[in-house]
Design a protein around this ligand. Sequence first.
Ligand SMILES: Cc1cc2nc3c(=O)[nH]c(=O)nc-3n(C[C@H](O)[C@H](O)[C@H](O)COP(=O)(O)O)c2cc1C
Length: 159
Amino acid sequence: MKTAVIYYSLDGNCAMIAEQAALQLKADVFRVLLADTKDRRGIAKMFWGGRMAVMHKKPEIQALAVNPGAYDLIVIGTPVWAASPAPPLASFLEKTPIRGKKIALFCCHAGGKGRVFDKIKAMLPGNTFTGEIDFINPSKADREETLAKLKAWIKTLSP
Ligand SMILES: Cc1cc2nc3c(=O)[nH]c(=O)nc-3n(C[C@H](O)[C@H](O)[C@H](O)COP(=O)(O)O)c2cc1C
């Protein structure tokens, strides 16, 4: 089974999960990056990102050389921003046709994921969802526990 992990991460939490998932799944890994690479922190970051998420903005992203058609399973990950997928991931999903695939979803958040998985699924019609998992700021959590949780989930995705 050929697997891709595609994710966005601003502060490294989803990056950690994506890299570990890719290792375990022997998957190709692709990181969505914003075209605008300005460094934002603290309140400015929350305001900028929260506003984009609430207003359903689709910010410009860098081109990503991924052909979803080449994969059997696609794992998609995003931070939760204002109870929604982070807008850069939404930009990617809007630009990239993905149909007829098995898709597994993960998200990282600070304790309030809302209906983020339903929102991502609505952006990916015509696919089959095989699993979902969320992590609370994993880069600050117990690493062994996080990796064990991820590993157990990944087992449920493989045939
Ligand atoms: C703009 C913005 C909005 C956020 N909104 C939420 C939210 O609605 N619920 C939540 O639990 N965490 C929220 N967070 C926290 C992130 O989802 C959380 O820290 C996540 O682990 C970050 O992933 P990353 O390190 O891969 O970027 C928000 C963070 C940012 C920057």
